[in-house]
Write a protein of this length. Structure first.
Length: 353
């Protein structure tokens, strides 16, 4: 029971570390997301309502040409406030924008208003930096005619890009990634994980020892989507309680190197067949007593170091960046006397680094 609990704790810790590292990796590689809202029309200029949608759509189209951002035009009007003097009101307003950016998965929100007075168009925009919880304001006046209006929108777009670039630089300094990220990325072609399951003894060995649980840690180098190499380190211990003969304990630890072949009918699923060999260290302790204690000196101890071969078949489910696998393996240890054969049934979790 203690072995099962220990294995469960190790897998839980590993899963949480994997998810945390996956989130960091994703945040480092994705492009900033911008959500641009329709403009509020000030001073009851209802006949100019088309400016509410035309200007944001034009700005969005120009920003997309930079190919640096993921841009969405929301198609609705959001609250636009400027010159908020009361600190508490400003805090509440920023928190409301933060909630909005979270719900839309946006790094930046662009809201604003426009008004027309004596054929002069005033466009005021607000840029909200979600990570830094900062506001920036830009504005531009224009004669309300075609060509000049286009130049005005172009100028505003350039200002928006400059402000977002400025925010990006500040965010990178303020929210710098872990200093261990370089080491983490160095292992990017690999999968690291833990397996646990049931060891079943075969042939004559099953008459001497009870089946037991094992723990295996593995590191896989993913050469291609169809080929990989896995290094394993496995440990288990067994006893002969309830069987005939003197009381005995068996301890095994071994390392193997396997070549993996994958069949991937989809991105989320793979069938794997692996084979390889390695080296093991086994220890057998025998006690000439009816009440043996594994924590005291055994009456007889035998230690053996021997080569082994291992074959594994498994199915894997990839829910990026976590991989879950179920399978079975066969191991043969070439002792000088009677070879030891076992098969295992296991489940494991890995992180696709």
């Amino acid at each position: 029971m203690k072995k099962k609990i220990t294995a469960l704790i190790l897998i839980t810790i590993f899963f949480n570390i994997s998810v945390f590292a996956g989130e960091n990796s994703t945040n480092e590689t994705k492009r900033p997301a911008l959500v641009i809202y329709n403009l509020k029309i000030e001073k009851d200029n209802k006949k100019y309502l088309y400016y509410s949608t035309i200007i944001p759509k034009t700005i969005s189209k120009i920003i997309k040409t930079y190919n640096k951002y993921d841009v969405i035009t929301a198609g609705e009007i959001q609250d636009y406030r400027k010159n908020i003097e009361n600190a508490e009101d400003k805090r509440k307003y920023i928190n409301s924008l933060k909630k909005l950016s979270t719900s839309t998965s946006a790094d930046y929100l662009i809201t604003g208003a426009c008004s027309i007075d004596n054929n002069t168009l005033l466009i005021e925009l607000q840029i909200f930096n979600s990570r830094g919880k900062e506001l920036s304001y830009i504005s531009k006046k224009s004669i309300e005619v075609g060509a000049l209006l286009k130049d005005t929108i172009d100028d505003l777009t350039v200002k928006i890009i400059k402000e977002i670039d400025r925010f990006d630089k500040r965010n990178k300094k303020r929210f710098a990634p872990s200093p261990y990220l370089g080491l983490y990325r160095a292992f990017s072609p690999f999968t690291f994980g833990i397996e646990t399951g049931r060891v079943n003894f075969l042939e004559k060995w099953k008459d001497h020892y009870n089946n037991t649980e094992f723990v295996n840690t593995f590191l896989t180098a993913n050469i291609t989507s169809y080929l990989g190499i896995t290094a394993n380190f496995e440990y288990f211990s067994a006893d002969n309680e309830g069987k005939d003969g003197l009381a005995s304990f068996f301890y095994f630890m071994g390392g193997t190197l396997e070549i993996n072949f994958y069949l991937r009918p989809s991105r989320l699923f793979a069938a794997a067949l692996s084979g390889g060999g390695g080296y093991s260290r086994s220890k057998i302790e025998i006690f000439f007593t009816d009440n043996p204690d594994p924590f005291v000196q055994a009456d007889r101890t035998t230690i053996s170091r021997d080569p082994l071969v291992k074959i594994t078949a498994a199915i894997e489910f990839n829910i990026a960046p976590v991989m879950v696998r179920f399978g079975s393996s066969y191991t043969r240890i070439f002792y000088s006397g009677e070879a030891l054969e076992t098969y295992t049934i296991f489940m494991g979790m890995g992180y696709n680094i």
